[in-house]
Design a protein around this ligand. Structure first.
Ligand SMILES: Cc1ncc(COP(=O)(O)O)c(C=O)c1O
Length: 455
């Protein structure tokens, strides 16, 4: 058996095998999955714009006008007018001076973090940040301090601890809406801490645009922080229905990113049809923000119906709804049985989520109907019970668990913090303050495999 075969069979043995499932047609509310019609309950096409006629037409027209590919990095073969146009519109949408397109959200996080932090600098990163942030931290070669999820006291403690005598730059980086749980970062507190401790902030709005904030402008706008965050990253591949990404920032930072961001400099610019599609989607969002209201009301309908089935889901308008099963194989079984019943919600397992927290990550879309979502919740309840999973025994997601964001770090909770610190491992350097490497990657397939080997 080759080493690769061995690793593949080990992944299968751990319930972590992956394969591509074939779907026909666009990312609509229903799709043909391997020939079977199913309700699509796991797409990030949140506003239903990926297959909107105006978005399709804009992409098709752009292909005829500018061609399919951008030819090279914009620094090499020139920046196309359509790139500049989308950047202007996005800067206006996000309330910043400037904007810079990237090939994808993954590339944007790599490029921005790597430009703003390097050897000798320190990045403070939420433990549930997206893998592209984790990889951006790793590649940057900065020291990485991973703070507990949404825990501003832990972040402040870490920043104080890493203040002494260090000359390097400091960066706080966080998802605004966390991709696997759908909860929201305490953005006000992050911005305050950044100011207090002289750090820059990078906030990834991949899952916030289209749902939160006025007209779906995102969590940063909802928190009243437009113009206050150093770099706001977003993707064009989710609510905006296309592909590519952007970093919105001051004109100075944008100029700096153009000069230093490796994933911008060394990668082909986003293709004109994708850029034009995103422009059309952004126009639609601005002209008809009712889609945002529709997404929110669908999220509420889905959550209510799941709660009625006994799942530990609270009433909110967050469109990402995790059903945390725990065991990898059980999550896969629930996913497979749901597909048989006509609902497609992919099971999410390590390394995307922590070992033992495998889940179905449900996502509502504006293009679903409330009755489709209610029926899906009913089916998920029936299937769970049939395979011996009591919906009520599932672990609650972060939205359900989270305390309301704390107003002033370090004051109201001083007693609690010192009590927790007294014997608390979570505040140890080993678990949080170690430089880069593993501390930046809580969920790592290599670690899962070597852990399993050791066991
Ligand atoms: C928070 C977050 N950031 C970035 C990305 C990557 O974006 P893209 O799909 O455009 O590469 C994702 C994708 O899932 C994400 O969830």
């Amino acid at each position: 058996m080759s080493e690769i075969e061995e690793r593949l069979s080990e992944l299968e043995r751990l319930g972590l095998g992956r394969r591509l499932r074939l779907i026909s047609g666009p990312q609509g509310p229903t799709v043909l999955l391997e020939g079977k019609p199913v309700l699509l309950l796991c797409s990030n096409n949140y506003l239903g714009l990926a297959d909107h006629p105006r978005v399709r037409e804009a992409a098709a027209d752009a292909a005829m006008r500018w061609g399919v590919g951008a030819g090279a990095s914009r620094l090499v073969s020139g920046s196309m007018t359509i790139h500049g146009r989308l950047e202007e519109r996005l800067a206006d949408f996000k309330g910043t001076e400037g904007c810079l397109l990237f090939g994808s959200g993954y590339l944007a996080n790599l490029g921005v973090i790597g430009a703003l932090a390097g050897a000798g600098d320190t990045v403070f990163s939420d433990e549930l940040n997206h893998a592209s942030i984790i990889d951006g931290c790793r590649l940057s070669r900065a020291a990485v301090v991973v703070y507990r999820h949404r825990d501003v006291e832990h972040l402040e403690w870490s920043m104080r601890r890493h203040a002494g005598g260090r000359e390097g730059r400091r960066l706080i980086v966080s998802d605004s809406v966390f991709s696997m749980d759908g909860d929201v970062a305490p953005l006000l507190e992050l911005a305050e801490l950044a100011q207090t401790y002289g750090a820059r902030t990078v906030i990834d709005e991949a899952h916030a645009v289209g749902n939160l904030g006025p007209d779906g402008r995102g969590a940063v706008a909802e928190a009243g922080l437009e113009g206050e965050i150093d770099v706001v990253i977003g993707t064009l591949g989710k609510a905006l229905g296309s592909y590519g990404a952007y970093a919105c920032a001051s004109a100075e930072i944008v100029r700096y990113l153009i000069n230093t961001s490796r994933s911008l400099i060394f990668s082909t610019a986003p293709p004109p049809p994708a850029v034009a599609g995103a422009l059309a989607a952004l126009e639609l969002l601005r002209e008809r923000p009712h889609r945002v209201a529709r997404l929110r009301s669908n999220a509420r309908a889905l959550r209510r119906a799941l709660a009625a089935e006994g799942f530990p889901v609270t009433e909110s308008e967050m469109h990402i709804v995790p059903l945390i099963v725990g065991d990898e194989r059980q999550a896969m079984r629930l996913c497979q049985e749901a597909i048989e019943g006509g609902v497609f919600a992919q099971a999410i397992r390590p390394p995307t989520v922590a070992s033992g927290s495998s889940r179905l990550r449900l996502t509502a879309m504006a293009s679903h109907t409330a009755s489709e979502l209610r029926e899906a919740a009913g089916l998920l309840g029936r299937v769970a019970r049939r395979i011996g999973l009591d919906p009520e025994s599932l672990t609650a997601g972060q939205v359900e668990r989270q305390a309301p964001p704390r107003a002033s770090a370090g004051e109201d909770f001083a007693g609690e913090i010192s009590a927790r610190r007294a014997g608390a491992a979570p505040f140890d350097a080993e678990s949080s303050g170690a430089p880069a490497g593993d501390s930046a990657a809580p969920f790592d397939i290599e670690r899962d495999l070597s852990g399993a080997r050791a066991a």
